[in-house]
Design a protein around this ligand. Structure first.
Ligand code: ADP
Ligand code: S3P
Ligand code: MG
Length: 189
């Protein structure tokens, strides 16, 4: 065990309300582990798993990155809204797990759709995200200031994740497997 998870807002019965009709929705910045932790968590809990990026790629018949390049972000966000609805339908009946893309919660429709689910905020600080994305080399000057844009993106999104969160887990010092095991223990029951 490298670190201990920080969690908040459990219900008074000592467990989190999850079960038929109520799923677990993972939110947080890129590389926090929504996709990888989500799959591990669902396997541990033996419940369905869905990932909005995978649903978008299936619906659009191309990888998410290609949608951004070919069609632009607005088109991607439209696909993503549909993917959130589809993903929730797939996981809610069995209390399953849905990983969102990092930017999904900026959309008020998405926020309305996930209201009432157990929303887990996987936190990752700037240094962690920079490291996991390979953007942790400040001495290399790249036009367009990608590190600055990454920081601004995280600053904009962090309060939205925090506001939505039923439960928050810091992933900076934990492996994805540890985060999943910690969450499974809290959500089982
Ligand atoms: N807790 C963690 N510790 C170290 N690396 C991680 C952790 N969580 C995710 N990663 C790495 O970050 C990258 C993105 O993970 P992913 O699960 O796709 O994140 P997200 O869906 O939140 O963007 C992968 O290479 C993954 O191995
Ligand atoms: O930050 C974003 O807006 C995005 C994050 C990606 O998902 P992950 O957070 O799973 O990497 C994916 O949805 C798309 O590339 C847009
Ligand atoms: Mg993902």
């Amino acid at each position: 065990m490298i670190g201990t998870a920080t969690t908040t807002d459990e219900d008074t019965s000592g467990g989190l309300v999850r079960g038929p009709g109520t799923g677990v929705v993972l939110v947080g910045p890129p590389t926090a582990g929504k996709s990888s932790v989500g799959a591990l968590l669902a396997a541990e809990l033996r419940v369905p798993f869905a990932d909005t990026d995978a649903l978008v790629a299936t619906a659009a018949h191309k990888p998410v990155g290609d949608i951004f390049v070919d069609d632009g972000e607005l088109v991607f966000r439209e696909f993503e809204r549909g993917a959130v609805a589809l993903g929730l339908d797939a996981i809610k009946p069995e209390g399953g797990v849905l990983a969102l893309g990092s930017g999904a919660v900026l959309d008020p429709d998405v926020r309305r759709m996930i209201a009432g689910q157990v929303i887990v905020y996987l936190e990752a600080g700037f240094a962690t995200v920079a490291k996991r994305t390979g953007m942790d080399r400040p001495r290399v000057v790249i036009p367009g200031n990608p590190r600055g844009r990454l920081r601004a993106m995280l600053d904009e999104r962090r309060p939205v994740y925090a506001e939505l969160a039923t439960l928050t887990v810091s992933t900076d010092d934990m492996a994805a497997e540890e985060v999943a095991a910690d969450l499974a223990a809290r959500l089982r029951g």
